[in-house]
Write a protein that binds this ligand. Sequence first.
Ligand code: NDP
Length: 279
Amino acid sequence: MANIIDGKAISQAIKDEVKAKVADLNGKGIYPCLAVILVGNDPASAVYVGNKKKACEYTGIKSVSYELPEETTQEELLSLIDKLNKDDSVNGILCQLPLPGHIVEDAIIRAISPLKDVDGFHPETVGKMVIGEKGFLPCTPAGVIELLKRSGVDINGKECVVVGRSNIVGKPMSILLLRENGTVTTCHSRTKNLKEVCKRADILVVAIGKPKFIDDEYVKEGATVIDVGIHRGADNKLCGDVDYDKVAPVAGLITPVPGGVGPMTIAMLLKNCAESVTG
Ligand code: NDP
């Protein structure tokens, strides 16, 4: 039976490190501040934003929030971002996605200054990540790397398979594993023989967006399995993209859902925020 990678405990350790760093900065008269923008009434987004504000409070990062109505125009949102880009008291800007359909997300992502891009989605930030320059790392994939490192998983030279190639998770995940000297294969909906490819993995990261898609037939005995997916079932219970009950007996290490990758995303956002001050 696999050992569980405890994302709750690891994310708590990171939040405590950020808290200590913020206290140190405060002692020098520096007060990191995150601006959080929420447009519209999506209930899930409201919960995510609430959790981010709560986590800021815990670590001592100041947060200012802008809760804008659904009918906010793209111009109005761009004008707020421009104001925040120019505001020296704001270190990080986060615009909660998804945005209402009449706003072009890409235009908003590109409008946020790369210096304050704590989500790590701006093309300049992505470019820096790809060529290995210092910069913000996208929170979920960076959180997966922290989970692996802090669980004692050596990525160097390992066969890593990432299932999913979204700009937010799969693609940056593959790049970050490559930066850690993994031998990386990225799979997607056109991949042939997915089971065989996944079964090669020493480290299997799954971000497909399909509940319990990956079962024991995709997993090599003893592999480390990281489940990025998150779904709420008809029974109101949360589950991931991995069928935990089938995979846990085969894997060496596994992340549960909830309590695996999920809590890491916010912890890495806070880490980015604290680092945005010191560079
Ligand atoms: P997307 O829907 O944007 O991407 C899904 C990817 O999976 C695509 O690249 C797609 O391939 C691939 N895929 C879909 N079906 C298959 C299949 N049958 N075989 C192989 N590959 C397939 O999802 P995201 O990357 O945004 O999110 C993935 C999951 O992670 C979701 O469950 C989401 O809720 C969760 N998530 C969790 C976060 C957290 O903090 N824990 C943060 C972000 C996301 P193709 O490109 O060919 O279409």
